[in-house]
Design a protein around this ligand. Structure first.
Ligand code: G1P
Ligand code: ZN
Length: 546
């Protein structure tokens, strides 16, 4: 095997954000850009010679080319076995599962819910042997290495056929690499069958229950077809937009009320099916809809926690739960009722990893349409959909009835998020700096008649490994249980995005059915004034409200 060592000049901007290194596709197409980062990543990962590396992506533009490069670089860096999804495809949760089946680590190519295509975004992320996103210490070390690198290694290999399942040996026996091209769906579908009552869900569909799943032209199409339509007997056509496209059909593969508008229109229309769901570019996010009913991700986590023992995989109960800091406290209330711990972590799935590995939590979730459990180390879109189907089958009730019963029992957390996208970086930094400075002075003050109980810049100490993460967002708690959170996005590729998260808790039975926007308007006014949003950003409205 001939290995070329190519000189490269370092890139100072290869610092991973909330979820891997994410940039415009054109940035990744610069000469040596991808190679530089992969070299730094492989050196830091130090995969043992007998360890396998899982590689796959969400099928976006550049996926196949990047995989070919990564396989040649893996070979040149002493890795002897790579496992790749057929067609280069692996959903993020399926990749996590494959890694957990015995690989040393994995590289996932995705920019998640960001648009794809030549003028969209691309991304690359490393997951460790537990199947979860590498911790911050690792990603910081990769960034430091990438900023110093002067050369990378790449092997000359015969071409890899990504479209045929089976084992290919590339290069000479002594120095070559073995590539296992695997069915991207099979192992994941088996895992789902081991967790959920497929018999009960099959009976639900057989009884005429109607569902629509929107794969948004992204990775979950093949997974949803196999599991919902093949194994569970949902009628053909239940899954729409099911073929992964390099540009996601020109869409924005983010399952929320704004971007999954066709699905939302159908579920709120006159011939609405019983259940609607969607997933994102790489298959780790989910949106849950009932007939004429939207389930907030924060509520979804709480409902799943409260109903977990109805599902075979969780029948023994939960050891604990966790939510990201900006996620509503709905699940906290369930945890208290169940007598189990509830952890509040910074935004980003990587912070759940230590708690899951230590067996201290079973379920976890984020307000950003992410829900998951200890079955893998990523959030998992289809898993959440199947969990809901199992709960619906077990309770014999509609989505709306399940959620309204939940509110009646535990109270309701009205919740909304305002996003200001593409704000100039200095303006966004200014908003946060002002809030950080103000936070220590807020406790005890009345804002529009609401008293602040406490305010701080969230600092997280990981209860398992003691690692500390500072400046994770400004929290303002009110004495009535309401809360406002401000933070900057760590996944954007252009300018800055300010996120404002607003929630209010309601236990009065007469006030459980209000319109969310109306219920939260007073708090929204406080949030915008306190953040000096209009004055500092020049924006009179957010880009997206969820
Ligand atoms: C966003 C979400 C966060 C999620 C991440 C990756 O990050 O807010 O919850 O973990 O995408 O899907 P942000 O852009 O806010 O940093
Ligand atoms: Zn995603």
């Amino acid at each position: 095997m001939i290995i070329d060592t190519i000189p490269t000049s370092p890139f100072a901007d290869q610092r991973p954000g909330t979820s891997g290194l994410r940039k415009r596709t054109t940035v990744f197409q610069q000469p040596h850009y991808l190679e530089n980062f992969v070299q730094a990543l492989l050196e830091e990962a130090a995969i043992p010679r007998d360890g396998a590396l899982v590689v796959g992506g969400d099928g976006r533009f550049l996926n196949r080319e990047a995989i070919a490069t990564i396989v040649r670089m893996a070979a040149a860096n002493g890795i002897t076995r790579v496992v790749v999804g057929r067609g280069g495809l692996l959903s993020t949760p399926a990749a996590s599962h494959l890694i957990r089946q015995g690989a040393a680590g994995g590289i996932i190519l995705s920019a998640s819910h960001n648009p794809g295509g030549a003028d969209g975004d691309f991304g690359i992320k490393y997951n460790a042997s537990n199947g979860g996103p590498a911790p911050e210490a690792f990603t910081n070390a990769v960034a430091a290495r990438a900023a110093k690198l002067t050369r990378y290694h790449i092997a000359q290999l015969p071409p890899l056929d990504l479209d045929v399942v089976g084992t290919q040996r590339l290069g000479t026996h002594a120095g070559g690499i073995v590539v296992d091209v695997v069915d991207p769906v099979a192992a994941y579908a088996d895992l789902m069958a081991s967790l959920f009552d497929f018999g009960a869900i099959r009976a639900l569909f057989a009884s005429g229950f109607r569902m629509r799943f929107d794969a948004m032209h992204a990775i979950t199409g093949p997974y949803a077809r196999e599991i919902l339509e093949q194994r569970l007997g949902a009628p053909a056509g239940t899954v729409i937009n099911a073929t992964p496209l390099p540009d996601f059909g020109g869409g924005h593969p983010d399952p929320n009320l704004t971007y999954a508008h066709d699905l939302v229109e159908e579920l709120f229309g006159s011939a609405a099916p019983d259940f609607g769901a969607a997933s994102d570019g790489d298959g780790d996010r989910n949106m849950i809809l009932g007939r004429h009913f939207f389930v907030t991700p924060s509520d979804s986590l709480a409902v799943l926690a409260a109903n977990a023992t109805r599902v075979p995989g969780y029948a023994r109960g939960l050891t604990g739960v966790a939510r990201s800091m900006p996620t509503s406290a709905a699940v906290d209330v369930v945890a208290a009722a169940l007598g189990i711990p509830c952890f509040e972590t910074p935004t980003g799935w990587k912070f759940f990893g230590t708690l899951l590995d230590a067996g201290r939590i079973t379920l976890c979730g984020e307000e950003s349409f992410g829900t998951g459990s200890d079955h893998v180390r990523e959030k998992d879109g289809l898993w959440a959909v199947l969990f809901w189907l199992n709960v619906i089958a077990a309770r014999g009730e509609s989505v709306e009835a399940i959620v309204r019963a939940h509110w009646a029992q535990f109270g309701r957390h009205y919740y909304t998020r305002y996003d200001y996208e593409g704000v100039a970086s200095e303006a966004a930094q200014g908003v946060m700096a002002q809030l950080r400075a103000a936070a220590p002075t807020l406790a005890g003050r009345a804002l529009h008649g609401r008293e602040v109980a406490s305010a701080d810049d969230f600092r997280y100490v990981d209860p398992v490994d003691g690692s500390v993460s500072e400046h994770q967002g400004v929290r303002v708690h009110f004495t009535d249980g309401a809360r406002i959170v401000y933070r900057l996005s760590g996944t954007g590729t252009e300018g800055a995005t300010i996120r404002i998260y607003i929630e209010a808790r309601e236990t009065d039975p007469a006030r459980l059915g209000l319109d969310t926007a109306a219920a939260l308007q007073p708090l929204v006014d406080i949030a915008l004034a306190l953040g000096e949003i209009a004055a500092r950003t020049g924006r009179d409205a957010p880009t997206v409200i969820t």
